[in-house]
Design a protein around this ligand. Structure first.
Ligand SMILES: *Cc1c(COP(=O)(O)O)cnc(C)c1O
Length: 396
């Protein structure tokens, strides 16, 4: 059967492909260490699990809910934005979705006409460009340079702006770079977007995973004009170790949100009711597990960052948030005789038994992505293996 052009144009997610490959090798008995995962390694906190069990046992999780989510959860989303951002929204300005990923998908579908452009800073999270394309839009990439801590500037954005530009996407803290935009940087980009009436898609999913002196400033808090043009994307996956539950949300202008709700009502209906009750507990229950997990990530990052810098040729920025390191391995590859990061990543897997993700899927062919959402012993051994691999190739 001939598939649609739309389907034929989709690039499968490189991160999911990399972790699937690592899992398959492991299952075949190979001692593979995987640094590919984009999810916390912690189990969902107990209080959240218990809330889900109660919702199953008392029957409330048995039925369809309203498409945009149960009223209590939409209210909890609004309340959490009030607490964390100091911004007031009404529940009708929220939609609860099957993960933040589906919120983004819905948003591009209701926002873009054929040929509309969305500016996406690279390195970027793998799904943005594919989702834009699926909506008939055109991703327009702007390279955030390593020298500028992988952040884009207004002159760079202005260079690619056209009559067709509809929106700009911002992900801070960033997957894959771990970088956070400062308030001043956001102000400049936000003012520019407002001046040109561009929608700002703020993927704030790592907003609570912030380290050291770094501060997360949500784009929507910069000014009232910016807030009006910003759709906030967030969810419980990363903050509460709930990736498998699939609950995300979008918050912003009511007409946009309502269009997303209407589309979801035809596409997916509500996200799983049991997951909504779990997410309600996550947002309204005790928050101490969030800080415990954040500290664990920070402790690992501090160590792995130092270990990594020992690898010949590698340069890496110290992450300010999220749970990834995104080293530039151009020199390292040259030392080892590789010119293509996909080949380098393949060799690391086959010869060193370490799985990482190629930077190519993030639009960064000089980089690899390592996730530190795994235990310290695994991280230490994995970095050791990479270092040995490089040093052995170097001697040859
Ligand atoms: C993980 C992730 C998401 C989506 O998470 P969901 O599990 O779908 O809520 C969105 N954006 C970025 C940058 C991510 O890393």
């Amino acid at each position: 059967m001939e598939l649609s052009k739309r389907a034929q144009g989709i690039e499968p997610s490189v991160t999911l492909a990399a972790s699937a490959k690592a899992k398959a090798l492991k299952a075949a008995g190979k001692d593979v260490l995987s640094l590919t995962v984009g999810e916390p390694d912690f189990p969902t906190p107990k209080n959240i699990q218990e809330a889900a069990k109660r919702a199953i046992e008392n029957g409330t999780a048995s039925y369809y809910t309203a498409t945009p989510g149960i009223p209590a959860l939409r209210q909890a989303v609004v309340d959490s934005i009030q607490t964390n951002y100091g911004l007031t929204y009404t529940p009708s300005q929220t939609i609860v979705t099957n993960g933040a990923k589906f919120a983004l998908y819905l948003l591009f579908q209701v926002l873009l006409n054929e040929g509309d452009e969305v500016i996406i800073p690279t390195p970027y999270w793998v799904s943005y460009s594919e989702q834009v394309k699926l909506a008939g839009g055109v991703p327009v990439f702007v390279e955030a340079l390593e020298e500028n801590d992988y952040k884009v500037t207004v002159p760079q954005l202005e260079q690619v702006r056209s009559k067709k530009t509809k929106a700009i996407l911002l992900n801070s803290p960033s997957n894959p770079t771990g970088m956070i935009y400062t308030k001043d940087e956001l102000q400049a980009i936000g003012d520019w977007a407002v001046a040109h009436q561009l929608m700002i898609v703020a993927d704030d999913i790592y907003g609570q995973l912030v380290y050291g002196e770094a501060v997360f400033t949500p784009m929507a808090t910069i000014s009232e004009a910016i807030r009006k043009q910003t759709i906030i994307i967030n969810g419980v996956s990363k903050t509460y170790a709930m990736t498998g539950w699939r609950i995300g949300f979008a918050v912003g202008e009511q007409t946009v949100i309502q269009a997303m709700i209407d589309l979801a009502s035809q596409a997916s209906s509500n996200p799983a009711a049991v997951s909504q009750y779990a997410a309600l507990e996550a947002l309204t229950g005790p928050q101490d597990s969030v800080e415990t997990m954040r500290q664990a990530f920070e402790e690992r990052m501090e160590k792995v960052y130092v270990w990594l810098k020992d690898i010949p040729g590698l340069t890496v920025r110290k992450p300010q948030g999220a749970f990834y390191l995104f080293p530039n391995v151009r020199e390292t590859m040259a030392i080892c005789g590789y010119h293509d990061v996909d080949d380098f990543v393949e060799a690391l897997l086959e010869e060193a038994n370490v799985a990482v993700v190629t930077g190519k899927g993030f639009g960064a062919p000089d980089n690899i992505r390592l996730s530190y959402a795994t235990d310290l012993a695994t991280l230490e051994e994995a970095v050791k293996r990479i270092k040995n691999f490089v040093e052995k190739k170097q001697q040859k």
